[in-house]
Write a protein that binds this ligand. Sequence first.
Ligand code: C5P
Length: 294
Amino acid sequence: MHSTVIIKAPAKINLGLTVLRRRPDGYHDLSTVMQQLSLADTIMLEPRREPGYSFFCSIPALSGRSNLVCRAADLLLERAGAVLPGVKISLYKNIPAAAGLGGGSSDAAAALKGLSNYWTLGLSMAELSELAARIGSDVPYCLRGGTALAGGRGEQITPLPPLPFYWVVLALPPGLFLSTGQGYGALDPMQFRQPPLEPLLRALRERNDQLLEDWFSRGRTNTFEEAVLPVYPHLQRLKNKFLSLGLSPAMSGSGPTYFSLTESIIVAREAVCALQEGGYRAFLCWTASPERKS
Ligand code: C5P
């Protein structure tokens, strides 16, 4: 009999993101540096008598079979082509949905890893990555986590030296949900190839804190920002709020989440309180890596 398994599905932020071009298949080639966070969803796998799986999500609106966790389970069952032991899958959400934090992609990646172990399918990382890319562009990164450069439509992953520990302040306007597709739809091709990521890559490869600070203080780290800010004026107010707190804000994914890194827990705590008092959903977390068990 299987025992219960608990798996963490961490959020990500994009330390930098450049959209390069639109492709004939409708996707976009991009170059982005992703960073794993301590903020995470939890997936629980429990044995059940009947074969197949059941799915529960703590957010009712996400509990349908279109959830990417079910897509991961279905792909594994299809690949196994056999009746596998029954499993009850429960997903407990902490990561805001449709927020640019990779929550759904990370849930899918964690389900792929967890279920392939649960069913002892013996899949290699390459095989899991291939399935992950079929689920979504960010899922292959989420399988590995840590600090990584993603290319292609997001599925080509090159690990980078781990970012040192920083506190991370995250905030987003309540009730604003932006799908990735919406974000890409709002892009102006004139903004493509901005901002070049070389200064960020140099900061990471040289592990140079000053260069990293310079990257974030330049104010432009993500192609999506120019597209999304004019459409949602309250995002400009959120950005200004970060600036008024002495923090350098950057947008994650296609938004609407803004984040800022700081070495000071006092600054981070005060910022989260001020943002929450300002009516925003705000979170205090930190940079994490698969090696640092946090
Ligand atoms: O890959 P994923 O399913 O997360 O993508 C959702 C939507 O975002 C795609 O249907 C596409 O419209 C857009 N997208 C894109 N280029 C990417 C990733 C996503 O245009 N690199």
